[in-house]
Ligand binder design. Structure first.
Ligand code: PEP
Ligand code: MG
Length: 875
């Protein structure tokens, strides 16, 4: 921190982005490059932070400094605030460190008042232009600074056009616009309760405050959360002397990209409008012309612009997004920044820049946002149809992609209709493991409850199926055959569409376009793999998922959740039989039925992974999850098992837990029923032996993982079941199979006693879903209900189940890494919680020295790229 809060453009450069924001730093850089930039100054991001520290006030020292810079700008331009002969008019715009397009607002023509406008009209001999600028200013100021709302002003414009019998704004005369300015001021006075400020200095401070305030508006806060931008960064404010694109037919304004941001094709791409200002180009009031037409309109300006574009792209070595204005035939650059682009364009541009010798492959890997990969792997909405649609609700973006289908309320119905080729969206209060088949046959899943690591979210991500979770506004009808949302009622014949990347829900059909991976993707991923130091594994429970993950480049399985296999219709009966068994003998009989099925699953998984490591976790969830809840199912099961319905109901009641997440689950199941762990170990080891024998070219080393350990003695107890079972089988098999036994670190106690735990564990896998819920003490399934309040109150900036809380949970991870390594220097360290597929969490994993991350198959490419970027950042 210094006590300098304001910089002239000529005092800065591109390296000062943190202080000047992206826009300010680039305006400074363009100034330094000798490009035509209307001069001005930047009020720093630190001034914004100070504004909040001072209780949302610009303090006197900063005010004085700003006024000094106004003076300097007046000197530089020869114009003066409020001067009738030569008034200084400025634009005021926000500019944060990371670009947040459309998140904050702009004010143009600041410095105008009745007298200035009148004199301006005279001096320019262009009253239309003067009053057009004035009415725009009043409109923008009212909207942005006083939050009066755009629509009142738009209505006044429409009324004026109607009364004059014209269609376009440009057809309104100078007198019309003058009258409009009066009406706008009256509107302002009515809504705000005081007159429109005529003092330019008062206007300026109002505008600066509005920009600072906009840093915390709800859409900015939401954008930051989606894009991992910390609230502490603040935004800078750029005050720039105005140039006018609306002085007449030799003026204009436009936006352009140095390459096509949708496809990545090279060549200038953009639009402009003659006799227009600022927002007109994007507002769609008039249809802009393509940038090529500027060549005919003004060849000299076009040539100058094309030259600047290519210089800027070469200078920044990236595709540029620029704004420009032509004032009476003279070109001015108002902005340049690295342009936002589609995923497909991002990959093409990065490869092309390498081929053109402008960047290295390292830079190509570093410049792509890993989260964009989602758009290449999952179907997306047709852009035009999406634009025309309005969401009717917003839940959590639990699993990316776009889905459209008819509503289905039960997993059975979804499975039946889905199998018949009907596109369905499964809409549930929440999902349970029983719903797996229905989920599988759905285009998308929508739940009213549940967070980012809820069952629906985790399973949908694993399947690569779109999911929106935790949309609490859904109200189900008592008969479960319809739901209402935003005042509309939906039943089975109704279409809905889900955007799993934003959480938006639409009450209509929106076409989707399939995912498409091009050759550029492969090239970038190949480079990424060269720079990466962490391995990337996958969380996969079935051979099909494992194969999918291999296609995406997974280098092993970091978590196979064995329970997911138990819900297949042919095995649920056996698992239920095991649960209701009263004696060890009865249980062993049931387990013996499960053994061949589990062994078969594991064989399939080893085959799919072709010798890459496979970590299988012993049974984890509370047993009651497997029991039927529906009374028909209970009757059927009782009959199957030859016990009375009452007896079965008693068993079910006895398994009830008040807090199952902290109840009889994880390794506790093996402590109470060692025969479960023994059966699973047998299945894992026998499968490995069979596949090893079939494929001598692979070295299969099964990794058996014991979940939810908090105390080394319980680990030792379960490990003993595993090793005694495994060793006996291996001894009988005649081959020298190696295997490893390790644990998940999911309980804070395990993390802080990791030196002890490591005496028994050959590897740690951080189960950061449970570790997060146990560390925060709130449930992963319920937190969604109150986290929004925490974001609103700025207590949390992110969902800790989606992005690792590095300060708290991360500290436990770091501690466990250090303690574990002290005991066992070669201990293998990985993460298999959902954070293993989140780019910023992956960066943390790199920093603390994990050997691998593991995530659902569709996130494997994201993790490969994020791991490469983390390695490059931490070189
Ligand atoms: C975890 O807790 O992070 C984990 C991977 O296990 P699960 O999500 O199955 O509880
Ligand atoms: Mg867990």
């Amino acid at each position: 921190m210094t006590d300098k809060y304001v910089y002239e453009f000529s005092e800065g450069d591109a390296s000062m982005k943190n202080l000047l924001g992206g826009k300010g730093a680039n305006l400074a850089e363009m100034t330094g490059l000798g490009m035509p930039v209307p001069q001005g100054f930047t009020i720093t991001t630190e001034a914004c932070t100070q504004y909040y520290a001072d209780g949302e006030q610009i303090n006197d020292a900063i005010k004085a400094e700003i006024l000094t810079y106004v003076g300097k700008l007046e000197e530089m331009t020869g114009k003066k605030f409020g001067d009738l002969d030569n008034p200084l008019l400025v634009s005021v715009r926000s500019g944060a460190r990371a670009s947040m397009p459309g998140m904050m607002d702009t004010i143009l023509n600041l410095g105008m008042n009745d007298e200035v406008a009148a004199r301006f009209a005279e001096k320019t001999n262009n009253p239309r232009f003067a009053y057009d600028s004035y009415r725009r200013f009043i409109q923008m100021y009212s909207d942005v600074v006083m939050e009066v709302g755009k629509s009142y002003f738009e209505k006044l414009i429409d009324e004026m056009k109607e009364s004059r019998g014209v269609k376009l704004d440009t057809e309104l005369t100078a007198d019309d616009l003058k009258e409009l300015a009066e009406k706008f001021k009256a509107q302002y006075a009515e809504k705000v309760g005081s007159d429109f400020p005529s003092d330019p200095v008062e206007q300026l401070f109002g505008a600066i405050k509005a920009v600072f305030r906009s840093w915390d508006n709800p859409r900015a806060v939401y954008y930051r959360r989606m894009n991992d931008i910390p609230g502490s960064w603040g935004t800078a404010v750029n005050v720039q002397s105005m140039v006018f694109g609306n002085t007449g037919d030799t003026s204009g304004t436009g936006v352009a990209f140095s390459r096509n941001p949708a496809t990545g094709e090279s060549g200038l791409f953009g639009e402009f409008l003659m006799n227009a200002q600022g927002e007109d180009v994007v507002a769609g009031i008039r249809t802009p012309e393509t940038i090529d037409q500027l060549k005919d309109e003004n060849p000299a300006v076009y040539a100058q612009f094309a030259d600047i574009v290519s210089r800027l792209e070469n200078h920044y070595a990236d595709m540029q997004d620029m704004e420009f204005t032509i004032e009476d035939g003279k070109l001015f650059m108002l902005q340049t920044r690295n342009g936002k682009r589609t995923a497909a364009a991002a990959f093409k541009i990065a490869c092309d820049l390498v081929d053109e010798g402008k960047i290295t492959p390292e830079k190509a890997v570093a410049m792509i946002d890993p989260k964009q990969i989602d758009a290449l792997l999952h179907p997306q909405f047709d852009t035009a149809e999406l634009k025309a649609a309005t969401p009717i609700g917003k839940g959590l973006p639990a699993s990316p992609g776009a889905a459209c289908g008819k509503v289905s309320f039960t997993a059975e119905d979804a499975a039946a209709r889905g199998r018949n080729g009907e596109p369905v969206i499964l809409v549930r209060l929440e999902t349970t493991p029983e719903d797996i088949e229905g989920m599988h046959h759905s285009q998308g899943i929508l739940t009213a409850r549940g967070g980012m690591t809820s069952h629906a979210a985790v399973v949908a991500r694993g399947m690569g199926t779109c999911c929106v979770s935790g949309l609490g506004d859904i109200a189900f009808a008592a008969d479960g055959k319809s739901f209402t949302l935003a005042g509309q009622t939906f039943s089975e014949s109704d279409w809905i569409s889900l955007d799993g990347s934003t959480g938006n829900v639409y009450g209509q059909q929106i076409a989707t376009v399939p995912a498409e991976i091009g050759g550029y993707f492969g090239r970038i991923m190949e480079w990424a793999d060269q720079y990466r130091t962490m391995k990337v594994r996958t969380n996969a429970d079935t051979p099909a998922d494992a194969r999918q993950a291999r296609e995406f480049g997974a280098e092993g399985i970091g978590l196979c959740r064995t329970e997911h296999m138990f819900f297949e219709p042919d095995r649920i009966a056996a698992i239920r039989e095991m649960i209701v068994s009263k004696t060890v003998e009865q249980r062993e009989v049931a387990l013996a039925k499960l053994l061949p099925m589990q062994r078969g699953d594991f064989e399939g998984i080893y085959e799919a992974m072709e010798g890459y490591p496979v970590t299988v976790r012993l049974l984890d969830p509370p047993l009651h999850e497997f029991l039927p809840t529906d009374s028909d199912d209970i009757v059927a099961l009782a009959a199957d098992m030859n016990i009375s319905v009452d007896e079965l109901k008693n068993v079910i009641a006895s398994l009830h837990e008040f807090n199952p997440m902290m109840g009889h689950r994880g390794c506790r199941l093996d402590v109470t029923y060692p025969e479960i762990g023994a059966m699973q170990t047998r299945a894992i080891i026998e499968a490995a032996i069979n596949v090893q024998k079939a494929h001598p070219e692979w070295t299969i080393v099964p990794e058996i993982m014991i979940p939810l350990v908090g105390e080394v003695k319980e680990l030792a107890f379960v490990k003993n079941i595993v090793t005694s079972t495994a060793d006996a089988i291996i001894a009988d098999s005649g081959i020298a199979l190696e295997y490893k036994v390790g644990t998940m670190i999911e309980i804070p106690r395990a993390a802080i006693t990791a030196d002890e735990i490591a005496k028994e564990a050959e590897f740690f896998s951080f189960g950061t879903n449970d570790l997060t819920q146990m560390t925060f003490g709130f449930s992963r399934d319920d937190a969604g209900k109150f986290l929004d309040a925490y974001y609103d109150k700025k207590i949390y900036e992110n969902d800790p189940f989606a992005r690792l809380d590095t300060e708290g949970v991360g500290k436990l991870v770091k501690t466990a890494v250090e303690l574990g390594t002290q005991t066992r220097p070669d201990i293998k360290l990985g993460i298999c919680g959902e954070h293993g597929g989140d780019p910023s969490s992956i960066e943390f994993c790199q920093k603390v020295g994990l050997n691998y991350v593991s995530c659902s198959p569709f996130r494997v490419p994201i993790a490969r790229l994020a791991a490469a970027q983390s390695a490059l950042n931490n070189k």
